[in-house]
Design a protein around this ligand. Structure first.
Ligand SMILES: Cc1cc2nc3c(=O)[nH]c(=O)nc-3n(C[C@H](O)[C@H](O)[C@H](O)COP(=O)(O)O)c2cc1C
Length: 329
């Protein structure tokens, strides 16, 4: 019988499948169902630093303020259902009483502003870890890459000073040098990084001739970028890696583990299938595959396909790219 036990952010997990942040992880009943369905842990829906700094009404009044248009639309989209900071803590404490598996709180944050002491409250309310969701689209043309990244690193440092629970970061793939930024975050002491957050998708309504931001669920095709970066980062950072994006079936989780992820996150599959039983199916598929391959435990094969299989330095990837491009057309 395959042993699915693993660790993530220093937490003991019964398997490597974690439910990532979204509305399904915002209320205690739903989180209890996710635990019963077999998930190893859950990342709570994000609270926004703007919510922490001000109450929701004040924030609504300031929606046309200076934050980026994309962030404002993101906020507006879920504002009515989103919690205020005290009810986020109360809900977390309620979840803590009801479930045994690890609870990872999530804050969407941009800067180490007045909200950072809230991280301690999250810890006191019973979170086992805290994920910093660095979802933000820089739109100030005067702000260069090093300034944007410096602000994020200062934020991570401030949160690490404030808390004793493990802190991880949820990254986007949109860095000029993701590897350098990831290593800088790792050097500060984050315990994990989730690859990747997905920005809301920009679309155009051709009848209304207006732009809007669509919430779209992923497909398994979304997994490729995460696999590439997990493989590249695996031996370049000390912290754990979570692959988030495109895990819909057991083989998606197996691929993530093979390239060195400690866990796979699942989100869209829960919505697409509209049934939490997808969690059990993914885990049964993983156990079955391990049995067929003769693996006793997850550590027997985690990271088996490292960077050398993908890039072999700069040369292999470049050669494959040139060969593929040359063979098309
Ligand atoms: C409806 C919805 C709401 C989401 N809300 C959050 C959120 O509050 N915080 C966050 O970090 N990620 C959020 N995400 C992103 C997911 O956690 C996940 O990283 C992303 O959807 C990619 O994984 P998937 O392909 O399994 O969906 C949300 C995704 C969806 C579909």
């Amino acid at each position: 019988m395959a042993d699915l036990n693993t660790t993530f952010l220093g937490l003991a997990l019964k398997n490597p499948l974690v439910v990532s942040s979204s509305p399904v992880s915002s209320d205690p009943d739903s989180v209890a169902k996710l635990e019963a369905a077999g998930a190893a842990a859950v990342v709570l829906r994000s609270i926004f630093e703007e919510q922490i700094r001000e109450d929701v009404a004040a924030m609504e009044a300031s929606l046309d303020g200076d934050t980026s248009a994309a962030a404002m639309d993101y906020l507006r989209a879920g504002l009515a259902e989103r919690f205020g900071p005290q009810s986020y803590l109360d809900t977390l404490a309620d979840m803590r009483r009801r479930v045994k598996f690890p609870l990872i709180a999530s804050v969407n944050c941009v800067a180490a502003d007045k909200w950072v002491s809230y991280a301690r409250k999250i810890e006191m309310a019973g979170a086992d870890a805290l994920e910093l969701n660095l979802y933000h689209m820089p739109v100030d043309p005067a702000e260069d890459a090093s300034h944007v990244e410096g602000r994020r690193l200062a934020l991570i440092k401030a949160v690490l000073r404030e808390t004793r629970i493990p802190v991880s970061v949820k990254l986007s793939p949109h860095y000029t040098s993701l590897l350098a930024f990831a290593r800088a975050a790792d050097a500060l002491g984050v315990k994990g990084m989730a690859l990747f957050n997905r920005f809301l998708q920009t679309d155009v309504d051709v009848e209304k001739e207006s732009m809007f931001l669509a919430t779209e669920y992923s497909t398994p095709a979304a997994l490729h970028s995460q696999l590439r970066w997990a493989a590249v980062l695996r031996n370049r950072v000390k912290c754990d890696i979570a692959v988030s994006g495109g895990i819909h079936t057991w083989d998606g989780l197996v691929k993530a583990l093979l390239v060195g992820a400690n866990v796979g996150y699942v989100c869209s599959a829960l919505y697409v299938r509209n049934d939490f039983c997808v969690i059990g199916e993914i885990l049964a598929g993983l156990a079955d595959w391990m049995g067929r391959k003769g693996y006793q435990s997850v550590s027997d094969f985690r990271g088996k396909l490292g960077e050398k299989d993908l890039t072999d330095g700069d040369g292999f990837e470049r050669v494959q790219y040139v060969k593929t491009a040359a063979s098309i057309g």
